[in-house]
Write a protein that binds this ligand. Sequence first.
Ligand SMILES: CCCC/C=C/CC(=O)SCCNC(=O)CCNC(=O)[C@H](O)C(C)(C)COP(=O)(O)OP(=O)(O)OC[C@H]1O[C@@H](n2cnc3c(N)ncnc32)[C@H](O)[C@@H]1OP(=O)(O)O
Length: 291
Amino acid sequence: MKMALRACLRTKPGLTALLSQLSCSGHAAARRAPALVAQRSSSSTSQKIKVDFDQSSGVAVMHMQSPPVNSLSLEFLTDVCIALEKLEMDKSCRGLVVTSSQPKVFSAGLDILDMYGKSPEHCAEFWKAVQEMWLKFYGSNMITIAAVNGSSPAGGCLLSMTCDYRIMADNPRYSIGLNETKLGIVAPFWFKDTMVNTVGHRATEMALQLGLLYSPAEALKIGLVDQLVHEDQVLTTATETMTKWLAIPGILNISYTCHFFHLWCCNLVCTICSCVCQVIAAKKIHLSQDF
Ligand SMILES: CCCC/C=C/CC(=O)SCCNC(=O)CCNC(=O)[C@H](O)C(C)(C)COP(=O)(O)OP(=O)(O)OC[C@H]1O[C@@H](n2cnc3c(N)ncnc32)[C@H](O)[C@@H]1OP(=O)(O)O
C-alpha cells in the first residue's frame, strides 16, 4: 500500500500536486525548518524532533523527543512533516528509521489535549496535519522502518503502520494497537485501511471492534509488527535491517506498487459506494417512517 502511493507520486503529477496542496506549507512554513547540512553525517533538531543523517549509508534516524509520551500535537506533527519534507528533498537519503527518545513510549497517539475544547479552525488544522503525516510517511520515496521502543497505542500504532517494516521491543509491558473503540471513538476509515493492509481483514475487524491493544508477542503473531528484539537492540537492528532493504534496487519496488495501487483505488471506491449506500438507506428509513 505504501509502495502504491509511492508509485503514484512518481508517476502521477496530479497526486503530487494534491499532496503538496495538503502539505504543511501553510502552517509549517511559519515554523523554523531544521536544516540538513550536506556533509558525511549531519544532525538537525527542532524542539520535538531530532534527525541524524549518515550520508555514507544514506540512512536518517528520526528521534521523536516530545516528553512525556510523544503525543501527536499540531506542533509535533508539523515538525515531523517539515523534517520528512527535508529528507525527501535530499536524494542521498534513501532510508529513514523512526524511533522514540522517550523511555517506555514510542508514541501515545493523537494529543488528546489538542483535540479537546479547541476552536473548529484549530481542529481542522490539527486534523489536516494528522492526514498529512500519514500521507507523507505512506507516500515516502524512502524505505521507512519503525523502531518501536515502547508502547504505541492508537495514532502511535498508525504511525508505525505507515512504515515499511516494524521492529518492536520485546517487553510484555508495552502494547500496540488501534484502541480507539475503547476510548469511545471510531477509528477513521483510513486508520482501518492501513491496518487491513498490515494484518488483513479479520484481524483488523477483531482489533477495531474490541479496541484491542496487543503485547509485542501478540502483535508479532498477527503481523502487526515484523520482528521483536531486546529493548536495547531495537535501533541497531533497525539500521542493520535497513541495509538489507536498501540493497534491493528501488525500481523493483515500483513494479509491486502498481498492483497495490490498484487495490488501494478499489478500496477507496468501495468506501465511497458504501457511504452513498448508507446515506440512501438512511433516507429510505426516514421516508418510510414518514408514511
Ligand atoms: C476525532 C476522531 C479521532 C480518532 C482517532 C484517534 C486516534 C488517537 O490517537 S486518540 C489518542 C489515543 N491515545 C491513547 O489512548 C493513549 C493514552 N495513553 C496511554 O495509554 C499511556 O499514557 C501510555 C501507554 C502511552 C504511557 O503510559 P505511562 O504510564 O508511561 O504514562 P502516563 O502516566 O499514562 O502518561 C504520562 C503523561 O502523558 C499524558 N498523556 C498520555 N497520553 C496522552 C495523549 N494521547 N495525549 C495527551 N497527553 C497524553 C498523560 O496524561 C500524562 O500526563 P500528566 O503527567 O500530566 O498526568
